[in-house]
Design a protein around this ligand. Structure first.
Ligand code: MN3
Length: 201
């Protein structure tokens, strides 16, 4: 069974004015779709065609001969996770157990935001900023390059922000810090993060 582009959880204009419909239409309709198309053609008629997306990512991670498959599979996963990491009603502050845990592990919410913004802004070139739960059960802010993702380091992801230029260039040009601010203040889906947090404990 070939992989298919999963539906966006909202309309393409739903994140305006923070992310334009034009950006989402290219990012989802062209970039995300291209990763799906490339992955399908790379695994066609191979053993990997019978595996789940997560299995393909784990099986090809750090395998130099399969780097093309890993990159496309991971980017399919990363983008689906990113769409769900945002909501038209996003931003603000988390509630409940996750809010408590952020206070415990980062000091306070503003400190967490500083760490996250720093990770997104300082990722050199293309990549991702993440809030993750490590094996010790503590929250961490993490950044990864290109298609790399926390799953292969056995970290559980709560949400992510795409900091590849294609995620923000049409709306913010070179102002990546403004895009990460908009993500944190208006878009991040704390209910999604809370569900991921709850399911990991
Ligand atoms: Mn992207």
């Amino acid at each position: 069974m070939a992989f298919e582009l999963p539906p966006l959880p909202y309309e393409e204009e739903a994140l305006e004015p923070h992310i334009s419909a034009r950006t989402l239409s290219f990012h989802y309709g062209k970039h995300h779709q291209a990763y799906v198309t490339n992955l399908n053609s790379l695994i066609q008629d191979t053993e990997l065609a019978k595996k789940s997306l997560e299995e393909i990512i784990r099986l090809t991670a750090r395998d130099e001969e399969k780097v093309g498959i890993f990159n496309n599979a991971a980017q399919v996963w990363n983008h689906t996770f990113y769409w769900h990491s945002m909501s038209p009603q996003g931003g603000g502050e988390p509630k409940g157990a996750l809010a408590e845990k952020i206070k415990e592990d980062f000091g306070n919410f503003e400190e967490f935001k500083k760490f996250f913004k720093q990770a997104g802004v300082s990722q050199f070139g293309s990549g991702w900023a993440w809030l993750v739960l490590n094996k010790e059960g503590n929250l961490e802010v993490m950044k990864t390059s290109n298609a790399d993702l926390p799953m292969v380091y056995e970290k559980k992801t709560l949400f992510t922000c795409d900091v590849w230029e294609h995620a923000y260039y049409l709306d913010y040009q070179n102002r990546r810090p403004d895009y990460v601010d908009a993500f944190l203040n208006h878009l991040v889906n704390w209910e999604f993060a809370q569900r991921n947090f709850d399911s990991s404990r």
